[in-house]
Design a protein around this ligand. Structure first.
Ligand SMILES: NC(=O)C1=CN([C@@H]2O[C@H](COP(=O)(O)OP(=O)(O)OC[C@H]3O[C@@H](n4cnc5c(N)ncnc54)[C@H](OP(=O)(O)O)[C@@H]3O)[C@@H](O)[C@H]2O)C=CC1
Ligand SMILES: CC(=O)N[C@@H](CCC(=O)OP(=O)(O)O)C(=O)O
Length: 347
């Protein structure tokens, strides 16, 4: 059994990790931390876990965490990087759901997260936890920086176009129009996620610049091996879970004959968690709810030169906790889908 610790068990991604790991056949939960709820039984705070998780939250304790095989950080940015070195030295693998190990350039990290990076050497070693792109590196990794929720949808949605030897679309003018449910903002109390603010409302935010832009650009450039240009506009929609990303790319004249549906199907053939839907499909967020599935539909309106890619995922599962479990399975040599075979909840 893999001994698992979770730092930050009371946030939405923390409790989602608990839901997935409580049903995982190869895992033993050893420590679930919360400084504010120290001593409270997990099932008292989350009755959905009654009979499934018998542990209580505890304050982060070095001895408890270093006795684990892997520790997940479901904490705000900056927490994992302060503790990772000690855990790695004790032979513990680290999977961070925040952004501490996503961006390769410490100066870019500091610009977008407003804090200096405390361990640039570990940043260099860390592997970006997107299995469909980075599976082999994840297998050998000691430390994983899991992608943000929006970047998962944007990178998987655009990867087949950019992974070709020569450009098929105008790679300097890609557009990502993305919508997220409010759980993406986390569990902490904030005015903009109050029911009276977020319900029956719809708005864009972060148009001037969102921290997921440099992360996504970094990933897409690594896939393409070329510079790319991306405009990313996130929106908040009045639903709880789910991301819907609509991606636009202009087809180059020399690629107008390409069968893009086939290109996507070939690219993701054999990928358990990426479903390329039949032509003409309109994926819905509820078709992936509470599952690690991501669905993609490829459109070319009126057969013209604009490609429209629709992507849906559950921000808390494929966009966070599920992707973390997928990476853990790969790192520990388990079947990649272990504990992740749930059917999406619909309606
Ligand atoms: N929500 C989403 O869709 C996604 C979120 N993420 C990222 O995952 C991380 C967690 O997000 P979310 O679950 O929404 O987070 P929340 O902000 O809701 O929860 C944070 C958790 O971290 C703990 N915590 C806070 N500060 C510290 C600290 N200094 N040391 C130890 N524990 C601490 C809190 O418990 P306590 O204070 O009691 O210790 C709490 O359990 C964030 O970095 C977020 O950006 C990533 C992808 C998607
Ligand atoms: C709806 C909403 O507010 N979403 C969050 C992104 C959630 C996420 O993936 O966050 P991290 O990069 O912090 O891990 C936002 O736009 O800030």
């Amino acid at each position: 059994m893999i001994k698992v610790g979770i730092v930050g068990g009371t946030g939405y991604t923390g409790v989602e990790l608990l839901r997935l790991l409580a049903a995982h056949p190869g895992v033993e939960l050893k420590a679930i931390t919360s400084r504010k709820e120290d001593g409270m039984p997990v099932a008292d705070m989350f009755p959905s876990l009654r009979g499934r998780v018998s542990l209580a939250f505890s304050a982060p304790d070095k001895a408890e965490l270093t006795a684990c095989d892997v520790v997940f950080f479901a904490t705000p940015h900056g927490v994992a990087m302060a503790q990772a070195r000690e855990l790695l030295a004790a032979g513990v693998k680290v999977i961070d759901l925040a952004a501490d190990f996503r961006l390769k350039d410490p100066a870019v990290f500091e610009k977008w997260y407003g804090m200096p990076h405390s361990c640039p050497d570990l940043l260099e070693e860390a592997v970006y936890g997107l299995p469909e792109i980075n599976r082999e590196a994840i297998r050998k990794a000691r430390i994983i920086g899991l992608p943000g929720c929006y970047p998962t949808s944007m990178q998987l949605g655009l990867a087949p176009l950019l992974a070709q030897g020569k450009p098929l679309v105008n790679e300097s003018a890609l557009i990502a129009d993305c919508k997220s449910g409010v759980s993406g903002a986390g569990r902490k109390a904030e005015v903009h996620t109050l029911l009276a603010e977020a319900a029956d409302n719809f708005k864009a935010y972060g148009v001037k610049g969102h921290r997921h832009l440099p992360e996504t650009t970094q990933g897409l450039q690594a896939i393409a091996g070329r510079r790319i240009g991306l405009t990313f506009v996130p929106h908040l929609v009045p639903m709880i879970r789910g991301i819907h990303s609509t991606l636009y790319a202009t087809i180059l004249p020399e690629a107008l004959d390409v069968d893009f549906q086939k290109l996507y199907e070939d690219h993701f053939r054999g990928e358990r968690f990426v479903d390329v839907m039949p032509p003409g499909s309109h994926p819905e967020t509820r078709s992936v709810r509470a599952s690690n599935q991501l669905r993609i539909a490829v459109h070319r309106p009126e057969g013209g030169n604009l490609l429209v890619i629709l992507v849906v995922e559950d921000n808390l599962v494929k966009g966070a906790a599920g992707q973390g479990v997928q990476c853990m399975n790969i790192m520990f040599g388990l079947e990649e889908s272990t504990g992740l075979n749930m059917v999406p909840v619909s309606p």
